[in-house]
Design a protein around this ligand. Structure first.
Ligand code: THU
Length: 133
């Protein structure tokens, strides 16, 4: 099984744990870090809607807690006719832990359907340089 297929299968599995009673939209995400560790996340909603978190956010938090800070690949899976794409906030979160080779794989329940570099999805990311006066 290829690395990507295995990442997809893990994303599919963690998606089953998504807590999405309000949207009924279940999302799973898997991160493969530069140290070849795998981290999982699912969306976790809240009755106070803005407090909900995306699957990507969960996977990235797990990665940082695990001691890694560079995403090689991230797979996001949902049951969406139009392929799911990370929201703007999550693109910025992915960007924070990316380099020029970081890939974002978009999947439906059948597998990965599209792959982008983070720079293609967020070409004008807010970045450290802009903090300078
Ligand atoms: N969601 C994610 O987890 N990831 C995305 O990339 C887009 C949206 C979640 C947030 C919310 O729980 C539900 O999907 C509907 O927006």
């Amino acid at each position: 099984m290829s690395d990507l297929t295995s990442l997809f299968n893990k994303a599919l599995k963690v998606r089953k744990n998504a807590y999405a009673p309000y949207s009924q939209f279940h999302v799973g995400a898997t991160v493969l870090s530069s140290n070849n560790n795998v981290y999982l996340g699912c969306n976790v909603e809240n009755v106070s809607y803005p407090n909900g978190t995306c699957a990507e956010t969960g996977a990235i938090a797990a990665m940082v807690a695990g001691g890694d800070v560079l995403i090689k690949d991230i797979v996001v899976v949902a049951d969406s006719k139009l392929l799911i794409k990370p929201c703007g906030a999550c693109l910025q979160r992915i960007f924070e832990f990316s380099n020029g080779n970081t890939k974002v794989h978009l999947a439906d329940l059948g597998g990965i359907k599209k792959t982008y570099l983070i720079s293609e999805l967020l070409p004008l990311a807010f970045n450290e340089e802009e903090l300078k006066k």
